[in-house]
Design a protein around this ligand. Structure first.
Ligand SMILES: C[S@@+](CC[C@H](N)C(=O)[O-])C[C@H]1O[C@@H](n2cnc3c(N)ncnc32)[C@H](O)[C@@H]1O
Length: 246
């Protein structure tokens, strides 16, 4: 069974029409590049292009069970308190994860979401705050903010360093690139090194948990790359013994 709602290339055209002329500016693609992407991605097959995955998602064509953005929102919601300042880093063109998290917050009545990416399309309809620039050490973050990233690529290690410096919780779905200084590391080798480094450097109040996307997101073939979840350890309650037994 196809993991996607649409199996018809005409749906892609419908999506682009929905975005009208905006899509050209928003996507930063000329129609030649776009056609090349469409040729490579067969509708109904697991997507090879994160670019098209974002278009499908932004146009509401993905089933939630197959959508990495919906599933990441669930994972973040399961692991963290959302009633706080959340900073999404490396959203890409469509700030979808930040938007879904903001929608949750609006129901909860508390919190904020700020999205940083020099490529973000600032006309995207969302109540999240969109900042069209890169996140770096000069960007201030309120204490107890949660840093989140969906395949944030070059921003991955920047986020981790910042979270460690300010003892912040974070949730990052890793991409498949090697962002270390060591050339030729395989994806698995890079992820292993990164995870070991985080475990060494994380404050004693935090613990690192690894989760994966459900296999339904990738046509049941695999479960993507690790999702790093750094969160506060549960507080241990100390019970005082009744005075008679002391
Ligand atoms: C793989 S892409 C986009 C992934 C996107 N979240 C998705 O779901 O497809 C990684 C993005 O990270 C952004 N990026 C890289 N370094 C960044 C930084 N320091 N701050 C914010 N965004 C950054 C790039 O502009 C790029 O859009």
């Amino acid at each position: 069974m196809s993991p996607y709602i649409t199996e018809d290339r005409r749906d892609i055209v419908r999506i682009l029409i929905k975005f009208k002329e905006d899509y050209k500016e928003a996507l930063g693609y000329n129609s030649g590049n776009l056609n090349a992407h469409l040729m490579n991605d067969k509708i109904g097959e697991p997507l090879t292009s994160a670019f098209l995955a974002q278009i499908y998602e932004a146009a509401g064509l993905m089933k939630p069970s197959c959508s990495v953005y919906h599933q990441m929102t669930e994972i973040i919601n399961r692991n963290f308190n959302l009633k706080r300042d959340i900073v999404e880093i490396g959203s890409g063109i469509f700030p979808i994860l930040g938007h879904y998290l903001r929608e949750r917050q609006l129901k909860l009545g508390k919190g904020s979401v700020t999205v940083y990416d020099a490529n973000v399309w600032t006309d995207y309809p969302t109540k999240a705050k969109l900042v069209r620039s890169y996140f770096n050490s000069r960007v201030s973050v309120t204490p107890n903010s949660l840093l989140v990233g969906m395949f944030p690529c070059e921003a991955t290690e920047t986020m981790i360093e910042r979270a460690e410096q300010e003892d912040l919780e974070f949730c990052i779905a890793l991409c498949g690139c090697n962002h270390s200084d060591i050339p030729y590391l395989s994806t698995a080798e890079y992820h292993k090194l990164l995870i070991e480094k985080i475990q060494d450097e994380l404050s004693r109040r935090k613990r690192l948990k690894i989760e994966y996307f459900p296999s339904s997101c990738f046509g049941n073939r695999h479960r993507g790359f690790p999702i790093l979840i750094a969160k506060e350890k549960p507080k241990i309650k100390l019970f005082t013994l009744p005075s008679k037994t002391r």
